[in-house]
Design a protein around this ligand. Structure first.
Ligand code: COA
Ligand SMILES: CC(=O)OCC[C@H](N)C(=O)O
Length: 384
């Protein structure tokens, strides 16, 4: 395994919202796995690189390391401004820094970009060893594969055991997989707005999004990365984001914020938009500008496949493997990952405290927007 400032840059055309070799690295660092990664479903993935960011200093005995795992369209940029190399500001900016819940004077915080992602880690927009983009040939990944790559990152950094592993939504799936697969390496666990297994409804919403992307003529079976400047299934990804974003927010919030109001001077009866449509257009456009559709497909399929009980005798048996003290929280207005899913986790994880409820109008996105409440949960587990 090598840290790889030394890895040879290859450039990709601007076919997607992925970070590309030659773009500013921002705060990113990388590791390259020295062997192909064995995959749960089938085969191996060669040439894996993981991008990651860190904050704080690792203690000499490596006892102060915290692993923060991002959700579907997040990345390693947990804290800090948007800027060259970083399309969005830190998604938990309020949580990380001196005196903050993830106190950088005390803790060493590590955040990888997920395997399969598009902000520096190997994914469909990366090049295969033969120089062609992976595109549609990128293999099916599971949350366990992603954790297997992250475990190699921990090894490379000299971290045997995390003081805390945390994440929300898809990040919570990986945090759970860490605690089930590596109980001895997971010192404590904070799961937010997540589930032990994707439900039929979650798969259904995701399936509609996958159809939107694959129906776009620009998709080309996933092989659009070399198609030419600006090419790609942008319309399909935008529709997927619109569908997803509705599920990420709550019905009362949308009603309160937008009601039936038309956008600006537009007339919805004459091809104009309602405000809520304009809001979704805005979120669609932002995602298309910063994210790769191939990664969206790979990560969405991996969430659909998430089932912590698979091959482990079922959910209850899997959750019993967790030895870490744990907190599980959900968002009261979350219609995508309802509180019943977090209640199942809190009841099944042996050393989990009672289910915690984050109060927020923001629905599923509450785990991102309610940083004060999330910070309180972090402090409960880490002290300070
Ligand atoms: C982080 C996130 C949850 C923030 O949610 P939020 O702060 O509640 O933001 P909102 O959903 O209210 O959206 C605000 C945006 O909508 C825009 N907006 C609001 N009303 C609008 C309207 N009628 N028409 C068009 N745009 C509108 C605002 O101008 C604002 O734009 P900006 O983000 O470009 O500044 C959400 O934006 C998100 O998921 N971002 C993904 C990025 C990310 O890193 N996620 C981390 C995953 S781990
Ligand atoms: C399913 C999931 O990970 O949701 C995260 C929502 C968040 N708004 C994002 O865009 O990542």
């Amino acid at each position: 395994m090598s840290t790889d400032a030394e890895t040879a840059p290859v450039s990709l055309p601007p076919a997607s919202g992925a970070w590309r070799e030659g773009d500013p690295p921002g705060r990113r660092q990388w590791i390259t796995l020295d062997r192909p990664l064995p995959l749960e479903a089938r085969g191996t993935l060669p040439g894996v690189r993981l991008a990651y960011e860190t904050w704080g200093r690792l203690a000499p005995d490596a006892s102060n390391a915290v692993l923060v795992l991002h959700a579907l369209t997040g990345d390693s940029h947990v804290a800090g401004p948007a800027g060259p190399g970083h399309p969005t500001p830190g998604w938990w900016d309020g949580l990380v820094g001196p005196g903050r819940p993830l106190d950088t004077d005390r803790w060493f915080i590590v955040a990888p970009n997920v395997l399969g992602g598009c902000q520096g880690s190997t994914g469909p927009s990366s090049r295969r060893p033969d120089g062609r983009p992976w595109g549609g040939a990128f293999p099916h990944l599971t949350q366990r594969d992603m954790v297997a790559a992250e475990a190699q990152l921990a090894d490379a950094l000299g971290i045997d055991r995390w003081a805390l592993v945390t994440g929300g939504s898809m990040g919570g799936m990986r945090a759970l997989e860490w605690a089930v697969t590596h109980p001895e390496r997971t010192g404590s666990l904070l799961l937010l707005a997540t589930t032990a297994a994707a439900s039929a409804e979650q798969i259904a919403w995701a399936g509609a999004q996958l159809h939107a992307i694959r129906s776009d003529p620009g998709w080309r079976g996933g092989d659009y990365h070399d198609a030419g400047a600006g090419e790609g299934p942008h319309a399909g990804l935008g529709i997927a984001r619109r569908i997803a974003h509705i599920t990420y927010r709550s019905e009362p919030e949308l009603q309160d914020r937008f009601g039936r109001r038309p956008q600006g001077g537009e007339d919805p009866r004459r091809a104009g938009r309602y405000q809520v449509e304009s809001y979704l257009d805005h979120h669609a456009g932002k995602l298309v500008g910063r994210f790769d559709a191939g990664s969206y497909v790979v990560l969405t399929e991996s969430m659909n496949g998430h089932d912590a009980g698979r091959g482990r005798g079922g959910t209850a048996a899997a959750l019993r493997r967790v030895t870490a003290p744990a907190l599980v929280a959900g968002v009261d207005s979350d219609r995508l990952y309802p509180l019943s899913q977090q209640a199942e986790l809190a009841a099944g994880i042996p050393h989990a405290d009672r289910l915690r409820v984050i109060e927020s109008p923001s629905g599923h996105d509450g785990f991102l927007t309610e940083t004060e409440q999330v910070g309180g949960l972090v402090r409960e587990l880490l002290g300070g």
